[in-house]
Design a protein around this ligand. Sequence first.
Ligand code: NAP
Ligand code: BGC
Ligand code: ZN
Length: 357
Amino acid sequence: MDAIVVRRGESSPEVAELPRPDPEPGEVLVRTLRVGIDGTDHEVLAGSHGGFPPGEDYLVLGHEAVGVVVDAGDTGFEAGEVVAPTVRRPPESGSNEFFARGEPDMAPPEACVERGIDGAHGFMAEYFTSPAESLVRVPESLAEWGFLVEPISITEKALEHAGASRSAFDWTPESALVLGNGSLGLLTLAMLDARGYDRLYCLGRRDRPDPTIDIVEELAATYVDSRQTPVPEIPEAHEPTDLVYEATGYAKHAFECVEALAPGGVGALLGVPDPWTFEVDGGRLHEELVLNNKALVGSVNSNVRHFEAAVETLGDLPAWFRDDLVTGVHDVDEYGSAFAAVDDETAIKTAIQFSRT
Ligand code: NAP
Ligand code: BGC
Ligand code: ZN
Protein backbone atom coordinates (compact mmCIF):
# COMPACT_ATOMS: atom_id res chain seq x y z
CA MET A 1 0.00 0.00 0.00
CA ASP A 2 1.04 3.64 -0.47
CA ALA A 3 2.20 5.51 2.62
CA ILE A 4 3.61 9.01 3.04
CA VAL A 5 6.79 8.94 5.08
CA VAL A 6 9.75 11.03 6.11
CA ARG A 7 13.11 9.27 6.18
CA ARG A 8 15.90 9.89 8.67
CA GLY A 9 18.10 12.73 7.50
CA GLU A 10 15.39 14.07 5.15
CA SER A 11 13.01 16.99 5.66
CA SER A 12 10.59 16.35 2.78
CA PRO A 13 7.90 13.69 2.66
CA GLU A 14 7.90 10.90 0.08
CA VAL A 15 5.65 8.00 -0.95
CA ALA A 16 6.77 4.55 0.19
CA GLU A 17 5.33 1.12 -0.64
CA LEU A 18 4.59 -0.67 2.64
CA PRO A 19 2.79 -3.93 3.46
CA ARG A 20 -0.83 -3.59 4.53
CA PRO A 21 -0.95 -4.02 8.34
CA ASP A 22 -2.68 -7.01 9.95
CA PRO A 23 -4.88 -6.26 12.96
CA GLU A 24 -3.97 -8.03 16.23
CA PRO A 25 -6.69 -9.22 18.61
CA GLY A 26 -8.51 -6.16 19.96
CA GLU A 27 -7.51 -4.12 16.92
CA VAL A 28 -9.46 -2.80 13.96
CA LEU A 29 -8.26 -2.52 10.36
CA VAL A 30 -9.22 0.86 8.93
CA ARG A 31 -9.21 2.03 5.32
CA THR A 32 -7.99 5.61 5.42
CA LEU A 33 -10.21 8.29 3.90
CA ARG A 34 -8.40 11.55 4.61
CA VAL A 35 -5.52 12.76 6.78
CA GLY A 36 -5.11 16.46 7.65
CA ILE A 37 -1.85 18.38 7.91
CA ASP A 38 -1.06 20.92 10.62
CA GLY A 39 1.86 22.96 11.97
CA THR A 40 3.10 19.96 13.95
CA ASP A 41 3.59 17.92 10.76
CA HIS A 42 5.92 20.63 9.50
CA GLU A 43 7.77 20.67 12.83
CA VAL A 44 8.20 16.87 12.48
CA LEU A 45 9.51 17.27 8.91
CA ALA A 46 11.90 19.99 10.06
CA GLY A 47 13.15 17.68 12.81
CA SER A 48 12.31 20.21 15.55
CA HIS A 49 9.63 18.03 17.20
CA GLY A 50 8.90 14.32 17.51
CA GLY A 51 11.04 11.42 16.36
CA PHE A 52 11.28 8.09 14.56
CA PRO A 53 9.99 4.77 15.89
CA PRO A 54 12.86 2.95 17.66
CA GLY A 55 15.08 1.13 15.16
CA GLU A 56 13.24 2.44 12.08
CA ASP A 57 14.72 4.67 9.43
CA TYR A 58 11.41 6.27 8.45
CA LEU A 59 8.23 7.58 10.07
CA VAL A 60 4.79 7.27 8.47
CA LEU A 61 3.41 10.80 8.84
CA GLY A 62 -0.07 11.97 9.82
CA HIS A 63 -2.02 12.22 13.06
CA GLU A 64 -5.34 13.82 11.97
CA ALA A 65 -7.15 10.89 10.37
CA VAL A 66 -10.55 9.59 9.45
CA GLY A 67 -11.26 6.21 7.91
CA VAL A 68 -13.72 3.37 7.45
CA VAL A 69 -13.62 0.09 9.37
CA VAL A 70 -12.89 -2.80 6.99
CA ASP A 71 -12.14 -5.54 9.52
CA ALA A 72 -13.55 -5.11 13.03
CA GLY A 73 -12.04 -8.40 14.26
CA ASP A 74 -13.20 -9.27 17.77
CA THR A 75 -14.05 -5.65 18.67
CA GLY A 76 -17.43 -3.96 19.06
CA PHE A 77 -17.02 -2.07 15.78
CA GLU A 78 -18.69 -3.06 12.51
CA ALA A 79 -17.33 -2.94 8.98
CA GLY A 80 -18.40 0.29 7.29
CA GLU A 81 -18.35 2.47 10.40
CA VAL A 82 -16.49 5.77 10.05
CA VAL A 83 -13.87 6.33 12.76
CA ALA A 84 -11.21 8.81 13.89
CA PRO A 85 -8.17 7.50 15.82
CA THR A 86 -6.64 9.17 18.86
CA VAL A 87 -2.93 9.91 18.65
CA ARG A 88 -1.20 8.57 21.77
CA ARG A 89 -0.24 4.97 22.42
CA PRO A 90 1.75 3.33 25.24
CA PRO A 91 5.54 3.43 24.89
CA GLU A 92 7.67 0.37 24.09
CA SER A 93 8.19 -0.19 27.81
CA GLY A 94 4.48 -0.99 28.15
CA SER A 95 1.26 0.60 29.28
CA ASN A 96 1.01 2.79 32.36
CA GLU A 97 -1.39 4.56 34.71
CA PHE A 98 -2.25 7.31 32.19
CA PHE A 99 -3.52 4.79 29.65
CA ALA A 100 -5.21 2.72 32.37
CA ARG A 101 -7.18 5.83 33.39
CA GLY A 102 -8.09 6.70 29.79
CA GLU A 103 -6.01 9.88 30.13
CA PRO A 104 -3.02 9.35 27.82
CA ASP A 105 -3.17 13.07 27.06
CA MET A 106 -1.90 13.69 30.61
CA ALA A 107 1.15 11.45 30.17
CA PRO A 108 4.57 13.15 30.09
CA PRO A 109 6.41 12.65 26.78
CA GLU A 110 8.46 9.70 28.08
CA ALA A 111 5.30 7.79 29.05
CA CYS A 112 3.74 7.68 25.57
CA VAL A 113 4.39 7.70 21.86
CA GLU A 114 2.40 9.79 19.38
CA ARG A 115 1.37 8.27 16.07
CA GLY A 116 2.75 10.20 13.12
CA ILE A 117 4.68 12.52 15.43
CA ASP A 118 6.87 10.89 18.01
CA GLY A 119 8.06 7.28 18.13
CA ALA A 120 5.18 5.57 16.27
CA HIS A 121 3.98 5.40 12.67
CA GLY A 122 1.07 7.63 11.78
CA PHE A 123 -2.00 7.33 9.60
CA MET A 124 -0.86 8.59 6.17
CA ALA A 125 -1.24 5.21 4.53
CA GLU A 126 -4.01 3.46 2.63
CA TYR A 127 -4.75 1.32 5.72
CA PHE A 128 -3.91 1.52 9.41
CA THR A 129 -4.68 -0.60 12.44
CA SER A 130 -5.67 0.70 15.85
CA PRO A 131 -6.82 -0.74 19.18
CA ALA A 132 -10.60 -0.38 19.31
CA GLU A 133 -10.43 1.76 22.47
CA SER A 134 -8.44 4.38 20.55
CA LEU A 135 -11.11 4.84 17.86
CA VAL A 136 -14.07 7.20 18.02
CA ARG A 137 -17.14 6.84 15.80
CA VAL A 138 -17.89 9.66 13.36
CA PRO A 139 -21.32 9.95 11.68
CA GLU A 140 -21.12 9.04 8.00
CA SER A 141 -22.53 12.47 7.13
CA LEU A 142 -19.33 14.01 8.56
CA ALA A 143 -16.90 11.49 7.04
CA GLU A 144 -15.30 13.94 4.60
CA TRP A 145 -14.61 16.42 7.43
CA GLY A 146 -13.63 13.79 10.01
CA PHE A 147 -9.93 14.70 9.82
CA LEU A 148 -10.89 17.87 11.72
CA VAL A 149 -11.98 15.84 14.77
CA GLU A 150 -8.41 15.54 16.11
CA PRO A 151 -7.54 19.26 15.98
CA ILE A 152 -10.97 20.20 17.36
CA SER A 153 -10.38 17.72 20.21
CA ILE A 154 -7.17 19.60 21.07
CA THR A 155 -9.23 22.70 21.78
CA GLU A 156 -11.97 20.72 23.57
CA LYS A 157 -9.30 19.65 26.04
CA ALA A 158 -7.61 23.03 26.35
CA LEU A 159 -10.92 24.83 26.97
CA GLU A 160 -11.93 22.20 29.51
CA HIS A 161 -8.69 22.68 31.43
CA ALA A 162 -8.86 26.47 31.18
CA GLY A 163 -12.44 26.43 32.47
CA ALA A 164 -11.54 24.00 35.26
CA SER A 165 -8.79 26.36 36.43
CA ARG A 166 -11.47 29.07 36.86
CA SER A 167 -14.11 26.78 38.40
CA ALA A 168 -13.54 27.92 41.98
CA PHE A 169 -15.40 31.19 41.33
CA ASP A 170 -18.17 32.55 39.16
CA TRP A 171 -16.31 32.84 35.84
CA THR A 172 -18.44 33.68 32.82
CA PRO A 173 -16.02 34.39 29.99
CA GLU A 174 -17.35 36.77 27.36
CA SER A 175 -14.22 37.78 25.50
CA ALA A 176 -11.30 35.85 24.06
CA LEU A 177 -8.10 36.52 22.16
CA VAL A 178 -6.77 33.77 19.93
CA LEU A 179 -3.07 34.11 19.16
CA GLY A 180 -2.41 32.61 15.74
CA ASN A 181 -4.40 32.44 12.51
CA GLY A 182 -3.22 28.98 11.53
CA SER A 183 -5.65 26.08 11.35
CA LEU A 184 -5.71 25.53 15.12
CA GLY A 185 -6.28 29.21 15.84
CA LEU A 186 -9.08 29.52 13.29
CA LEU A 187 -10.81 26.31 14.42
CA THR A 188 -10.68 27.61 17.98
CA LEU A 189 -12.06 30.99 16.97
CA ALA A 190 -15.03 29.29 15.29
CA MET A 191 -15.59 27.12 18.38
CA LEU A 192 -15.56 30.15 20.70
CA ASP A 193 -17.96 31.96 18.38
CA ALA A 194 -20.31 28.95 18.48
CA ARG A 195 -20.04 29.02 22.30
CA GLY A 196 -21.43 32.53 22.40
CA TYR A 197 -18.37 34.64 23.20
CA ASP A 198 -19.35 38.28 22.64
CA ARG A 199 -16.01 39.74 21.73
CA LEU A 200 -13.38 37.80 19.84
CA TYR A 201 -9.95 38.81 18.61
CA CYS A 202 -7.44 36.89 16.51
CA LEU A 203 -3.75 37.74 16.19
CA GLY A 204 -1.79 37.27 12.99
CA ARG A 205 1.08 38.89 11.09
CA ARG A 206 -0.31 39.10 7.58
CA ASP A 207 -1.41 41.86 5.22
CA ARG A 208 -4.85 42.00 3.67
CA PRO A 209 -6.11 40.52 1.41
CA ASP A 210 -5.65 37.23 3.19
CA PRO A 211 -8.07 34.30 3.46
CA THR A 212 -7.42 33.79 7.17
CA ILE A 213 -8.30 37.44 7.89
CA ASP A 214 -11.48 36.98 5.82
CA ILE A 215 -12.46 34.06 8.08
CA VAL A 216 -11.65 36.04 11.23
CA GLU A 217 -13.91 38.86 10.06
CA GLU A 218 -16.65 36.53 8.81
CA LEU A 219 -16.74 35.19 12.38
CA ALA A 220 -17.32 38.81 13.52
CA ALA A 221 -13.94 38.76 15.29
CA THR A 222 -11.39 41.57 15.19
CA TYR A 223 -8.10 40.88 13.40
CA VAL A 224 -5.06 42.15 15.34
CA ASP A 225 -1.75 42.44 13.48
CA SER A 226 1.11 41.65 15.88
CA ARG A 227 3.46 43.85 13.81
CA GLN A 228 1.33 46.90 14.67
CA THR A 229 -0.11 45.83 18.02
CA PRO A 230 2.14 43.48 19.97
CA VAL A 231 0.32 41.31 22.51
CA PRO A 232 1.13 43.45 25.61
CA GLU A 233 -0.43 46.48 23.85
CA ILE A 234 -3.70 44.76 23.01
CA PRO A 235 -5.52 45.76 26.24
CA GLU A 236 -4.91 49.44 25.49
CA ALA A 237 -5.62 49.24 21.75
CA HIS A 238 -8.68 47.04 22.25
CA GLU A 239 -9.44 45.55 25.67
CA PRO A 240 -8.19 42.79 27.92
CA THR A 241 -9.91 39.43 27.49
CA ASP A 242 -11.17 36.71 29.83
CA LEU A 243 -9.41 34.01 27.81
CA VAL A 244 -6.26 34.00 25.73
CA TYR A 245 -5.65 30.94 23.57
CA GLU A 246 -2.06 30.76 22.32
CA ALA A 247 -1.66 28.88 19.04
CA THR A 248 1.36 30.58 17.47
CA GLY A 249 4.20 28.59 18.98
CA TYR A 250 5.90 31.99 19.40
CA ALA A 251 7.48 31.56 22.83
CA LYS A 252 7.20 35.20 23.94
CA HIS A 253 3.43 34.95 23.66
CA ALA A 254 3.36 32.50 26.57
CA PHE A 255 4.44 35.36 28.83
CA GLU A 256 3.06 38.39 27.00
CA CYS A 257 -0.43 36.93 27.08
CA VAL A 258 -0.60 37.51 30.84
CA GLU A 259 -0.68 41.27 30.08
CA ALA A 260 -3.60 40.79 27.72
CA LEU A 261 -5.77 38.98 30.28
CA ALA A 262 -8.56 40.63 32.24
CA PRO A 263 -8.48 40.12 36.02
CA GLY A 264 -9.47 36.52 36.77
CA GLY A 265 -8.63 35.49 33.23
CA VAL A 266 -6.82 32.41 31.97
CA GLY A 267 -4.27 31.88 29.25
CA ALA A 268 -4.22 28.48 27.55
CA LEU A 269 -0.87 27.67 25.95
CA LEU A 270 -0.83 25.24 23.04
CA GLY A 271 2.20 26.15 20.93
CA VAL A 272 5.24 23.91 20.70
CA PRO A 273 8.10 26.42 20.35
CA ASP A 274 11.73 25.93 19.42
CA PRO A 275 14.25 26.70 22.19
CA TRP A 276 14.62 30.49 22.51
CA THR A 277 16.32 32.49 25.27
CA PHE A 278 14.93 35.98 25.86
CA GLU A 279 14.34 38.41 28.70
CA VAL A 280 11.06 38.70 30.56
CA ASP A 281 10.16 41.01 33.43
CA GLY A 282 9.60 38.14 35.81
CA GLY A 283 8.64 40.38 38.70
CA ARG A 284 5.87 42.07 36.72
CA LEU A 285 4.62 38.74 35.43
CA HIS A 286 4.56 37.22 38.88
CA GLU A 287 2.72 40.24 40.29
CA GLU A 288 0.14 40.27 37.48
CA LEU A 289 -0.67 36.60 38.02
CA VAL A 290 -1.00 37.02 41.79
CA LEU A 291 -2.70 40.40 42.24
CA ASN A 292 -5.16 39.81 39.40
CA ASN A 293 -5.90 36.14 40.08
CA LYS A 294 -4.77 35.19 36.59
CA ALA A 295 -3.93 31.64 35.49
CA LEU A 296 -1.84 30.02 32.79
CA VAL A 297 -2.46 26.46 31.70
CA GLY A 298 -0.49 24.38 29.24
CA SER A 299 -2.38 21.73 27.27
CA VAL A 300 -1.29 18.99 24.92
CA ASN A 301 -3.07 16.23 23.06
CA SER A 302 -6.59 14.99 23.90
CA ASN A 303 -8.36 11.80 24.97
CA VAL A 304 -11.38 9.82 23.75
CA ARG A 305 -13.79 12.03 25.69
CA HIS A 306 -12.43 15.11 23.91
CA PHE A 307 -12.72 13.32 20.56
CA GLU A 308 -16.36 12.51 21.29
CA ALA A 309 -17.04 16.16 22.16
CA ALA A 310 -15.18 17.17 19.00
CA VAL A 311 -17.46 15.05 16.81
CA GLU A 312 -20.44 17.01 18.19
CA THR A 313 -18.62 20.32 17.72
CA LEU A 314 -17.68 19.44 14.15
CA GLY A 315 -21.34 18.82 13.34
CA ASP A 316 -22.24 22.26 14.69
CA LEU A 317 -19.60 24.27 12.82
CA PRO A 318 -21.08 26.35 10.01
CA ALA A 319 -20.66 24.77 6.59
CA TRP A 320 -19.16 27.99 5.14
CA PHE A 321 -16.42 27.87 7.80
CA ARG A 322 -15.41 24.29 6.99
CA ASP A 323 -15.43 25.10 3.27
CA ASP A 324 -13.27 28.21 3.70
CA LEU A 325 -10.86 26.60 6.20
CA VAL A 326 -10.12 23.52 4.11
CA THR A 327 -8.48 25.00 1.06
CA GLY A 328 -7.24 21.77 -0.49
CA VAL A 329 -7.90 18.02 -0.41
CA HIS A 330 -5.20 16.33 -2.47
CA ASP A 331 -4.92 12.80 -3.82
CA VAL A 332 -1.87 10.80 -2.73
CA ASP A 333 0.02 11.52 -5.96
CA GLU A 334 -0.36 15.26 -5.22
CA TYR A 335 0.95 14.97 -1.67
CA GLY A 336 3.63 17.56 -2.46
CA SER A 337 0.94 20.23 -2.99
CA ALA A 338 -0.72 19.36 0.30
CA PHE A 339 2.53 19.94 2.22
CA ALA A 340 3.63 22.92 0.08
CA ALA A 341 0.50 24.79 1.20
CA VAL A 342 2.49 25.95 4.23
CA ASP A 343 4.35 28.37 1.94
CA ASP A 344 1.22 29.54 0.12
CA GLU A 345 -0.67 32.34 1.85
CA THR A 346 -3.81 31.51 -0.11
CA ALA A 347 -3.90 28.04 1.50
CA ILE A 348 -5.04 27.32 5.06
CA LYS A 349 -5.86 23.72 5.95
CA THR A 350 -5.04 20.88 3.58
CA ALA A 351 -5.58 17.14 3.70
CA ILE A 352 -4.52 14.08 1.74
CA GLN A 353 -7.23 11.80 0.40
CA PHE A 354 -6.43 8.07 0.33
CA SER A 355 -9.90 6.78 -0.57
CA ARG A 356 -13.58 7.74 -0.63
CA THR A 357 -16.46 6.38 1.45
P1 NAP B 1 0.43 26.94 12.13
O1 NAP B 1 -0.44 26.63 10.96
O2 NAP B 1 1.90 27.04 11.94
O3 NAP B 1 -0.15 28.30 12.76
C1 NAP B 1 0.58 29.18 13.54
C2 NAP B 1 0.10 30.57 13.16
O4 NAP B 1 0.63 31.52 14.07
C3 NAP B 1 0.57 30.96 11.76
O5 NAP B 1 -0.56 31.34 11.00
C4 NAP B 1 1.53 32.11 11.99
O6 NAP B 1 1.41 33.12 11.03
C5 NAP B 1 1.03 32.65 13.33
N1 NAP B 1 2.10 33.31 14.07
C6 NAP B 1 3.29 32.80 14.47
N2 NAP B 1 4.01 33.72 15.14
C7 NAP B 1 3.25 34.86 15.15
C8 NAP B 1 3.46 36.16 15.65
N3 NAP B 1 4.58 36.50 16.27
N4 NAP B 1 2.47 37.05 15.49
C9 NAP B 1 1.33 36.74 14.87
N5 NAP B 1 1.08 35.51 14.35
C10 NAP B 1 2.04 34.58 14.48
O7 NAP B 1 0.19 25.86 13.27
P2 NAP B 1 -1.16 25.22 13.83
O8 NAP B 1 -1.31 23.88 13.27
O9 NAP B 1 -2.28 26.19 13.72
O10 NAP B 1 -0.71 25.03 15.36
C11 NAP B 1 -0.39 26.15 16.14
C12 NAP B 1 0.65 25.78 17.20
O11 NAP B 1 0.05 24.87 18.10
C13 NAP B 1 1.90 25.09 16.67
O12 NAP B 1 3.01 25.47 17.47
C14 NAP B 1 1.61 23.61 16.90
O13 NAP B 1 2.77 22.84 17.10
C15 NAP B 1 0.82 23.68 18.17
N6 NAP B 1 -0.12 22.57 18.40
C16 NAP B 1 -0.18 22.11 19.65
C17 NAP B 1 -1.10 21.14 19.97
C18 NAP B 1 -1.18 20.68 21.38
O14 NAP B 1 -1.71 19.60 21.62
N7 NAP B 1 -0.68 21.46 22.33
C19 NAP B 1 -1.94 20.63 18.97
C20 NAP B 1 -1.85 21.14 17.69
C21 NAP B 1 -0.94 22.13 17.39
P3 NAP B 1 2.01 32.98 9.51
O15 NAP B 1 1.27 31.84 8.89
O16 NAP B 1 1.64 34.28 8.87
O17 NAP B 1 3.47 32.72 9.64
C1 BGC C 1 -1.19 16.95 17.95
C2 BGC C 1 -1.32 16.39 19.33
C3 BGC C 1 0.07 16.16 19.91
C4 BGC C 1 0.84 17.46 19.87
C5 BGC C 1 2.25 17.36 20.43
C6 BGC C 1 -0.34 18.18 17.97
O1 BGC C 1 -0.25 18.68 16.67
O2 BGC C 1 -2.44 17.32 17.40
O3 BGC C 1 -2.08 15.21 19.28
O4 BGC C 1 -0.04 15.69 21.23
O5 BGC C 1 0.92 17.92 18.53
O6 BGC C 1 3.05 16.49 19.70
ZN1 ZN D 1 -1.92 18.28 15.42
